[in-house]
Design a protein around this ligand. Structure first.
Ligand code: 13P
Length: 253
């Protein structure tokens, strides 16, 4: 049985004051989670040292939202995987649709970032997902395949063991309109089958998260689906009660 991972993606939100309170409140509720559930927060870069301190005696994991495709050198504004690792990050989100759509990150760049994250000792959470227009044109599987194939062209399928995939349909992000459990399950199964055709055992171990308008009310039915191994949570992750409710929703084991 794959463990459940619930990852908060705080995006461009928070302040020192709000993050102190949020992490303290999440820490206080972690005892109520199932033993095998891993809770993770992906913070804006500048708050990583703060959250590292706040999670020192906690099971809450720390992650970043982005990483440079470069290792070191004259790349103004970039933050490397090794830097993130040095400040206690275990995970990093790669290829979030907001980075793809708003910051011009191509399939190729996302794949490069995945490689760099792993080289730096981080677990990449590699995001894929289609737009509403693509879904309506019956291109969901085509888009997912293209995004995953760009990654598989750069790595050995075995490298996926130290990674997480996330399916985030763009039309579900921040809209309050989550995919139905059946819609999400169909895409997750498709992704797992694509990996299984290359390596069955890797596919069976691989955690695939769902993201897009996950709330305390829909998390349990989403996480109950056989190929959904947790969630990538935006808005609801900014509230400790809501985030913890989602973390408690999927006691699968
Ligand atoms: P929401 O949960 O706010 O829809 O955001 C999802 C997301 O983009 C997480 O990465």
């Amino acid at each position: 049985m794959r463990a459940l991972l619930v990852a908060g993606n705080w995006k461009l939100n928070g302040s020192q004051a709000s993050i102190n309170t949020l992490v303290a409140d999440i820490n206080a509720g972690l005892d109520s989670l199932h033993q095998t559930t891993v809770a993770l927060v992906c913070t804006p870069c500048v708050y990583i040292p703060l959250v590292q301190t706040l999670t020192q005696n906690s099971t809450l994991k720390l992650g970043a939202q982005n990483v440079s495709k470069y290792e070191v050198g004259a790349y103004t504004g970039e933050v490397s995987a090794l830097m993130l690792k040095e400040f206690g990050c275990d995970y990093v989100i790669v290829g979030h649709s907001e980075r793809r759509a708003l910051f011009g990150e191509s399939d190729e760049i996302c794949a490069q970032k995945f490689v760099m994250a792993q080289q730096g000792g981080l677990i990449p959470i590699f995001c894929v997902g289609e737009t509403l227009a693509e879904r309506e044109a019956n291109q969901t599987e085509l888009v997912i395949r293209r995004q995953l194939q760009a990654l598989l062209d750069k790595i050995d399928v075995q490298d996926l063991v130290n990674s997480v995939l996330a399916y985030e349909p763009r039309w579900a992000i921040g809209t309050g309109k989550a995919a139905t459990p059946e819609q999400a399950q169909a895409v997750h199964a498709y992704m797992r089958e694509m990996i299984a055709s290359l390596n069955k055992s890797v596919a069976e171990q691989l955690q695939i998260l769902y993201g897009g308008s996950v709330t305390g009310s829909n998390a349990a039915e989403l996480f109950a689906m056989p190929d959904i191994d947790g969630g990538l949570i935006g808005g609801a992750a900014l509230n400790a009660d809501k985030f913890l409710t989602i973390c408690r929703a999927g006691n699968k084991a």
